[in-house]
Write a new protein. Structure first.
Length: 131
């Protein structure tokens, strides 16, 4: 049995396989996931797990070079935006229109679906390197 880190097998496999510039999406319960993109569905019920809980766990394991969110998050879910900025600390955060964000998910290695019901609770993490 794995002792520490992400216990979800498909998520652990994707994280272990990330290379420089690969993208991993964490999405709310309603984010459309392209059929060709791997879906890692963690959603159990409304709010379980939350977007922020999931982001925090993934940030503990992934070297993130930069991140993207929908610009709509700033106006529609400002509290969430502030919490995301705090979790990312010094990681550059770029905003793009939500429709562009949804299109970008097609090139991600995987989309992690949470039980989050907060509008625009989605992020694309761009993998960095540790050296």
């Amino acid at each position: 049995m794995k002792k520490v880190g992400t216990l979800n097998q498909p998520l652990s496999e994707v994280i272990a396989g990330l290379g420089h510039m690969d993208q991993l999406v964490i999405g709310d319960a309603g984010l459309p996931i392209p059929i060709e993109t791997q879906r890692i569905d963690l959603a159990l019920t409304q709010g379980v797990p939350t977007f922020l809980e999931t982001l925090k766990v993934i940030l503990e394991e992934v070297q993130v070079e930069s991140a993207l969110i929908a610009e709509e998050m700033i106006a529609v879910s400002p509290d969430l935006y502030e919490q995301v900025k705090k979790l990312l600390a010094d990681i550059p955060l770029k905003t793009i229109p939500h429709n562009e964000f949804k299109g970008q998910t097609a090139s991600a290695r995987a989309v992690v679906r949470t039980g989050e019901f907060t509008p625009y609770a989605n992020i694309i993490l761009v993998s960095g390197v540790v050296f």
